[in-house]
Design a binder for this molecule. Structure first.
Ligand code: SF4
Length: 271
């Protein structure tokens, strides 16, 4: 991924340093954690916490505002650790999620902890404050999503569009795990991210309606193909779309505390 140099703080390329910190964190995970999952090249992106799309998420209970998580934050550093091809391919077979896929979900929690530590260490070299966003242990069962939502932050940072069951289609695909850290550094976002750069900025009701419609279409909550219906082991997909509650019920059978669709992901690769 390309990233723009910023020199407004210390005369050095902070974004390049942060990207290297993500990679260092993954290396520490590989060397110290004794887990089997490996990851592809990470993807990293940035969002400004004053971006109106976060107000809209918060006002309409999509997820917590980053400043409610960490009041001093000015930027969200979001990263994505893609699963390797063997893990992805293992999950494209019929039936429930593969062992490797579920293992990758759990292993990536360890990787995220190491990456967070590495990012905090790098930020502290510049004397910057930061706060780690918890790995998802704050699942909201009525919203079928976490209170602090990495994917919403990834969307706001322009990392990709939403896809089936609320996955994010990053430049490295939908298979992998997101992490994020909040900091008081003012890191300018790299690129436009469509919705929040439209004229409906400002967390207005129009913005909410537009986003709701976008989510319904993008997350396949309106219409699904036969391929998707056949792929779902939880019976959560019909012609009318994906039933997120039914998806959650199925994912609870895999990990009852955090029943995210990331545990299954069988529909992520369908058209
Ligand atoms: S249960 Fe699996 S395939 Fe079905 S909607 Fe949820 S994530 Fe997709």
């Amino acid at each position: 991924m390309t990233y723009k140099n910023i020199t407004n703080l210390t005369g050095i390329d902070i974004k390049a340093r942060l990207y290297e910190a993500v990679k260092r964190g993954v290396k520490v995970y590989e060397e110290e954690c004794g887990r089997q999952t490996r990851f592809g090249e990470p993807v990293i992106a940035y969002a400004n916490t004053s971006e109106p799309i976060f107000d809209m998420f918060w006002d309409n209970s999509f997820c917590k505002h980053p400043r409610k998580v960490y009041n001093a934050s000015r930027a969200v550093i979001v990263y994505f650790l893609p699963y390797t091809d063997d893990v992805v391919e293992s999950n494209k077979t019929a039936g429930g999620p593969s062992k490797q896929w579920v293992q990758a979900y759990h292993d990536s929690t360890w990787a995220i902890m190491k990456v967070h530590a590495s990012l905090q260490e790098e930020l502290s070299r510049f004397g910057r404050l930061s706060s780690i966003c918890n790995t998802p242990n704050d699942w909201n069962f009525s919203h079928c999503g976490p209170e602090w939502n990495y994917k919403m932050a990834a969307y706001a940072a322009g990392m990709g569009d939403f896809g089936p069951a609320g996955c994010i289609m990053t430049s490295a695909g939908p298979a992998g795990r997101f992490g994020a850290i909040l900091t008081d550094v003012n890191l300018v976002p790299d690129r436009d991210f469509g919705f929040a750069n439209t004229e409906s900025r400002g967390g207005t009701p129009e913005m909410y309606e537009e986003f709701k419609k976008y989510m319904k279409d993008a997350c396949y909550e309106a219409e699904c193909s036969d391929e998707m219906i056949a792929a779902c082991p939880g019976g959560a997909i019909s012609k009318e779309g994906i039933d997120r509650k039914a998806c959650q019920e199925y994912c609870k059978t895999i990990f009852k505390h955090v029943p995210t669709p990331d545990l299954c992901g069988k529909c992520y690769f369908c058209k």
